[in-house]
Design a protein around this ligand. Structure first.
Ligand code: FNR
Length: 181
C-alpha cells in the first residue's frame, strides 16, 4: 500500500483546491491511499513560541503524517503570482525540529486550481526552490494546472468537470507509479 499525504493550501469552505484534493482522494488507483491532512490549526510561525512551547500540536500531527507517508501532494492556490502565505507557513513549521528529516528524499507532486487562465503555474513554480531546499524529490513528469476553475467545480467546491477528473486520474496514477518504481 502506498500512502500519500495530501495538503490543500486553502482554508476556504468551497475551495477549488480542497475540492481538487477530495477528487484526488477519489481517483487514487488501487493500492494507493491519499490521506488528506489539514493546515487549519497551524499558527503563524513565531520563533519565540517555538522556543517557549516547542512545536504546536497541529504541526506535530502534520510532521507525523508526512513521516508515515510515501509521498506528498501539495494542492496549491496562487496568490499574487506566488505561494499563499498560509500554505508556506504550514510547510515552514513542518520543516522545524525533527520535521526536516521527513522531507528529505520525499516524492512531492504539485497541482492547483484557480479561476484565472493560468491555473496556478506561478505558485507551482514558486514551490520549486522550497522543495529543493527541503531536499525533497519533486515529481516533474506530470503537470496539473486547473484554470477557469469556476466552470469546473460546483458551489461546494466539488469537481464536476469530467475531463479534469480524467487528467487528475492520470496525474495521480503517474505520481503513485513514480513512488513505487
Ligand atoms: C488571488 N487569486 C489569484 N489567482 C491567480 O490565478 N493568480 C493570482 O495571482 C491570484 N492572486 C490572488 C491574491 C489573493 C490575495 C487572493 C485572495 C486571491 C484568486 C485565487 O485563485 C482564488 O481566490 C481561488 O479561489 C483561491 O483558491 P481556493 O480558495 O478556491 O482553493
Amino acid at each position: 500500500m502506498t500512502t500519500i499525504l495530501g495538503l490543500s493550501g486553502s482554508l476556504r469552505r468551497a475551495s477549488f483546491n480542497a475540492g481538487l484534493l477530495r477528487a484526488a482522494v477519489e481517483v487514487a488507483p488501487e493500492g494507493v491511499t491519499i490521506a488528506p491532512g489539514s493546515i487549519r490549526d497551524v499558527p503563524l510561525y513565531d520563533a519565540d513560541l517555538e522556543a517557549a512551547e516547542g512545536l504546536p500540536p497541529a504541526v506535530r500531527t502534520l510532521q507525523r503524517q508526512l513521516r508515515e507517508a510515501d509521498g506528498l501532494l501539495l494542492v496549491t492556490p496562487e496568490y499574487n503570482n506566488g505561494i499563499p502565505g498560509v500554505f508556506k507557513n504550514a510547510i515552514d513549521w513542518m520543516s522545524r525540529g525533527p520535521g526536516l528529516k521527513a522531507f528529505v528524499g520525499k516524492p512531492v507532486a504539485l497541482l492547483g486550481a484557480s479561476p484565472g487562465g493560468f491555473g496556478t503555474v506561478l505558485a507551482q513554480n514558486g514551490w520549486l526552490p522550497v522543495l529543493r531546499t527541503l531536499r525533497t524529490r519533486p515529481w516533474l513528469e506530470g503537470r496539473m494546472l486547473v484554470s477557469r476553475a469556476g466552470s469546473h467545480f460546483d458551489a461546494d467546491g466539488d469537481l464536476t468537470d469530467e475531463e479534469t477528473r480524467k487528467a487528475l486520474t492520470e496525474f495521480v496514477a503517474g505520481f503513485a507509479e513514480s513512488i513505487t518504481a
